[in-house]
Design a protein around this ligand. Structure first.
Ligand code: PGA
Length: 254
């Protein structure tokens, strides 16, 4: 597939896998992913497996991501993990503002913007998640919601920082439900995201920005989704837990 932007496929393991399970997975992934150059492959294990996974993927084409981080650099924030701590394990990417965190931890756009700035300050690339709920889509306000989330979550980023960021469009109704957005719905929303980023920053930033789709991505729908012009990769939850389905998503996307 010929795109100006390199595809990025990230596995978000959420609160799954022990260290031993994580290692089993990445050992298989190392073997299966050897020689794949067309896609940036990222795995986002829970914090507890970052150290071992980091060692297991040294000198491979697999990159490490975390699923969250604090907006603070350090101090009295019990239970939090800073960007600097993630860097100790050679983490390159960090998922921010996933809809599960927006829902269960009440993360706001303003908080996500602070986290994105803190990630960039430590040279981590944020994967900033946005997406509408079913009620919002049915009310016809998808674009309004995406516009609000983008303006809020990207607030304060410089053009250079924006270009080094990744946006993941994840309609909440498609996450973990088996209900995928049609490729047309994904393309429409993602083209809107790109136009909005162009309006906030500029055309060059928007053209270079990678926008991922997330929400029930599987081997059977990956090809169709990735063939859309504004879909530059995928954030994969459930199907990233099994080596076979994760690698098939990657291979079907090329
Ligand atoms: P899913 O999750 O692939 O299981 O729908 C996607 C995500 O939450 O990032």
């Amino acid at each position: 597939m010929d795109k100006e932007r390199k595809l990025l496929i990230a596995g978000n393991w959420k609160m799954n896998k022990t260290v031993a399970e994580a290692l089993d997975f990445v050992q298989d992934l190392r073997r299966e992913a050897t020689g794949i150059k067309e896609v940036d492959i990222v795995v986002c294990p829970p914090f507890t497996a970052l150290d071992e996974v980091s060692k297991a993927i040294l000198d491979t084409n697999i990159r490490l991501g975390a699923q969250n981080m604090s907006e603070h650099q350090g101090g009295a924030y019990t239970g939090e993990i800073s960007a600097g701590m993630l860097k100790e394990f050679s983490v390159r990417f960090v998922i921010l503002g996933h809809s599960e965190r927006r829902q269960y931890q009440k993360e706001t756009d303003a908080l996500i913007a602070k986290k994105a700035l803190a990630a960039h300050a430590a040279s981590l690339k944020p994967i900033i998640c946005i997406g509408e709920s079913l009620a919002e889509r049915e009310a016809g306000i998808t674009e309004k919601v995406l516009d609000r989330q983008l303006n809020g979550s990207l607030a304060g980023l410089t053009k250079e920082q924006m270009q080094e960021s990744v946006v993941a469009y994840e309609p909440v109704w498609a996450i973990g439900t088996g209900k995928t957005a049609t490729s047309q719905q994904a393309e429409e929303a993602q083209a809107f995201v790109r136009r909005t980023v162009a309006a906030i920053f500029d055309d060059t930033v928007a053209r270079r920005l990678r926008i991922l789709y997330g929400g029930s991505v599987k081997p059977s729908n990956a090809r169709e989704l990735m063939s859309q012009s504004d879909v530059d990769g995928a954030l994969v939850g459930g199907a990233s837990l099994e080596i076979r389905s994760f690698i098939d998503i990657i291979k079907n996307s090329i």
